[in-house]
Design a binder for this molecule. Structure first.
Ligand code: NAG
Ligand code: NAG
Ligand code: NAG
Ligand code: NAG
Ligand code: NAG
Ligand code: NAG
Ligand code: NAG
Ligand code: NAG
Length: 464
C-alpha cells in the first residue's frame, strides 16, 4: 500500500474498485439524545433528511426513533448499551432476545445496517466490561445470523485514546494493556466478518490541548502550505485528520491486520464552549464540518496517505446541541442544529452545496486562549433545592473549600443561597480544576469573567 505510486495504473484501478466497491462515501449524522428540549423522533428524522444525511447513528435502539425511521432511505446504526455488554457476553439467549426485541420488529423497513456493541467502552476506567466486548460482539453476530440478518455489520466504537502513541502516524501503537487481550481478537472478528473499525476522531482535542504546536488551519483542513512528512513511512500529510486516522491504520498493521476498513463513527467541532476553552465557535465548527464533508464525499474517494482511494464512510457529531451532556461546555455544543431545529450555520451533509451559497459566518473571537481571571458562579434562575445540594457537594470537596462562608467568617451571608453557592463553586473549581473538575454542576454553575467578590469577601478564582 505504501508503494502505491509505483504500481502500474491498472493495478491501482483494480485495487480501488475492490476496496471501495460495496460501501458508499455518503455522510451520516450522530443523533444523540442527551437533551431535555429536543424535537420528537418524527421531527428529528425530517431534520436529518433536510441536512442531506444518508445515514444516522443512535446510541441505543430507541423504538420510537426506529419507528420514525421506517420507510426512509436512511441507513441506521444502532447500539447495545455499555451496561448490557457483560451479561450478553456470557449468555447467547440474552443476545438472541436483544436482537429479537431491538432489531427484528423494525427490520427491514427500518434499514438497520450497523450494530455497535458499546460506545467508547475502552475509554472508561479499566473494568471487566473491556474484556467482554469481543465475546458480546460474537454472540450478537451469532444472534443476527440465526435471524438471517446478514446485512447487519457488528462492531464497537473507539476513541483515539486506545492508542498509546499516534505521532508520527507510522508510530501509531495500541495501548499495551489492551493490544493483545482486546484489540487483536477484535480485529480478527472485524476482519473475519468484513465489518469496520468504528473510530471517533476529533482534531479539536489535540489542537485545543496544544494550540502552540499544532496549527489551527492544519486541524481545520484549511492550510494550503503546511506539509508534514512522516520520516519512517515517507508519507506526506496536509491535515491533522489524516494523521490521526493513519495512526490507527499503522497500529492495526502492527497487530497484523492490514486492511480492516475504518468507519468514522464520530467527527466534528464544537460551536461554543466555556471561557477557558479555546477555538470553540461557529466559524471553526462550520469550517471544519464543511471541509470534512467535502473530503469524505469526494469522488473518486480520497482516503488518507496510507490508504489512498479508500472510502471512509462517516457520521458527523452531532445532530443537536445536547444540554444534558456532562463535562466542559464544548460537550454540549457539537450540534449542527439548536434544540429548536434551527441551523447554527449553513451545512449540507451531501456535500453538494458550494461554500459560496452559505451565509457569511460570524468572525471567531476565541481562537487565542483567554488570559485573565475566571470565577465559577451559580447560573441564573436554577432550581433552589438542586442548588443547595450542589453547594453542599462542592463544600465537601477540596480543603476548607467553604470555611469563609461559615457563620462569623468574612464571606458569611446566610440569606443568599445564590451567593453561598457561587462562593462554593468558585472555591471548589479553583482548587480542583487542575485535576479535571469542571464548572458545571449539571447546569447549575457557569463561568464568568466578572468578579463576584463583594466588600471584604474575595472569591477564589482561576487565573489563566
Ligand atoms: C464498566 O464500564 C462500563 C462501560 O463504560 C459501565 O457501563 C459500567 O458501569 C462499569 N462497571 C463498573 C463496575 O464500573
Ligand atoms: C446482569 O445479570 C445479573 C444476573 O442475572 C442481573 O442481576 C443484572 O441485573 C443484569 N444486569 C443488567 C444491566 O441487566
Ligand atoms: C513512538 O511511540 C513510542 C511509544 O509507543 C514513543 O516512546 C516514541 O517516542 C515514539 N517515537 C517517536 C519518533 O516519536
Ligand atoms: C523517502 O523519499 C525520498 C525522496 O522521494 C527518498 O530519497 C527516500 O529514500 C525515501 N525514504 C524512505 C525511508 O523510503
Ligand atoms: C483477513 O481476512 C482475509 C480474508 O478476508 C484473510 O485472507 C486474512 O488472512 C485475514 N487477516 C488476518 C490477519 O487474519
Ligand atoms: C432557535 O434557538 C436559537 C438559540 O437559542 C435562537 O437564536 C433562534 O432564534 C431560535 N430559532 C427559532 C426559529 O426560534
Ligand atoms: C427542583 O428540583 C427538585 C429535585 O430535583 C424537584 O423535586 C422539584 O420539583 C424542583 N422544583 C421546581 C420548582 O422545579
Ligand atoms: C488538601 O491538603 C492536603 C494536605 O495538605 C494536600 O495533600 C491536598 O493536595 C490538598 N487538596 C487540594 C484539593 O488542594
Amino acid at each position: 500500500m505504501l508503494n502505491m505510486g509505483l504500481l502500474p495504473f491498472y493495478f491501482l484501478f483494480l485495487f480501488l474498485s475492490i476496496s471501495s466497491g460495496e460501501i458508499s462515501n455518503q455522510v451520516g449524522i450522530n443523533y444523540g439524545q442527551l437533551g431535555n428540549n429536543l424535537p420528537s423522533p418524527k421531527e428529528s428524522v425530517k431534520l436529518i433528511q433536510s441536512l442531506g444525511a444518508k445515514r444516522v447513528k443512535i446510541y441505543d435502539a430507541n423504538p420510537h426513533i426506529l419507528n420514525a425511521l421506517r420507510d426512509t432511505n436512511l441507513q441506521v446504526s444502532i447500539m447495545v448499551p455499555n451496561q448490557l455488554i457483560t451479561n450478553i457476553s456470557t449468555n447467547q439467549k440474552l443476545a438472541d432476545s436483544w436482537v429479537e426485541s431491538n432489531v427484528v420488529p423494525f427490520y427491514p423497513k427500518t434499514k438497520i445496517r450497523y450494530l455497535l456493541v458499546g460506545n467508547e467502552v475502552i475509554s472508561s476506567s479499566p473494568n471487566e466490561t473491556w474484556y467482554n466486548i469481543v465475546p458480546a460482539m460474537r454472540k450478537i453476530k451469532k444472534a443476527l445470523k440465526t435471524h438471517r440478518l446478514h446485512k447487519i455489520k457488528v462492531s464497537t466504537s473507539m476513541a483515539m485514546d486506545v492508542l498509546e502513541s499516534s505521532f508520527p502516524p507510522s508510530n501509531g501503537t495500541f495501548r499495551s494493556d489492551i493490544a493483545v487481550p482486546i484489540v487483536k481478537p477484535m480485529l480478527q472478528f472485524l476482519n473475519r466478518t468484513k465489518s469496520f473499525y468504528f473510530l471517533d476522531v476529533y482534531t479539536y482535542f489535540p489542537w485545543s490541548t496544544n494550540p502552540k504546536n499544532i496549527n489551527l488551519d492544519y486541524a481545520l483542513f484549511e492550510s494550503q502550505t503546511i506539509k508534514y512528512t512522516d520520516p519512517a513511512s515517507n508519507l506526506t500529510y496536509t491535515n491533522l485528520f489524516d494523521q490521526m486516522v493513519d495512526a490507527v491504520v499503522f497500529a492495526m498493521k502492527k497487530l497484523g491486520y492490514l486492511d480492516v476498513r475504518i468507519w468514522i463513527a464520530e467527527t466534528g467541532w464544537p460551536n461554543a464552549g466555556d471561557i477557558d476553552q479555546i477555538g470553540a465557535n461557529i466559524y471553526n465548527a462550520a469550517t471544519y464540518n464543511r471541509n470534512v464533508i467535502k473530503r469524505l464525499t469526494a469522488k473518486p474517494a480520497i482516503g488518507t496517505p496510507a490508504r489512498p482511494g479508500w472510502v471512509l464512510p462517516s457520521f458527523i457529531f452531532a445532530l443537536y446541541n445536547e444540554n444534558q451532556k456532562p463535562g466542559p461546555g464544548t460537550e454540549r455544543h457539537f450540534g449542527l442544529l439548536y434544540p429548536n431545529g434551527s441551523y447554527l450555520y449553513g451545512i449540507d451533509l451531501s456535500g453538494e452545496t458550494p461554500d459560496s451559497d452559505f451565509e457569511p459566518l460570524p468572525k471567531p473571537d476565541n481562537n487565542e486562549p483567554y488570559k485573565g481571571k475566571i470565577w465559577c458562579v451559580a447560573a441564573r434562575g436554577v432550581n433552589a433545592s438542586e442548588l443547595a445540594s450542589a453547594l453542599s457537594y462542592a463544600c465537601s470537596q477540596g480543603n476548607k473549600t467553604c470555611d469563609p462562608i461559615q457563620p462569623g467568617k468574612k464571606c458569611f451571608k446566610p440569606d443568599s443561597l445564590v451567593w453561598r453557592a457561587s462562593y462554593a463553586f468558585s472555591s471548589y473549581w479553583s482548587q480542583l480544576r487542575n485535576t479535571g473538575a469542571t464548572c458545571y454542576f449539571n447546569g447549575l454553575a457557569t463561568q464568568t469573567t466578572k468578579d463576584p467578590s463583594f466588600g471584604h469577601c474575595k472569591f477564589p478564582s482561576v487565573t489563566l
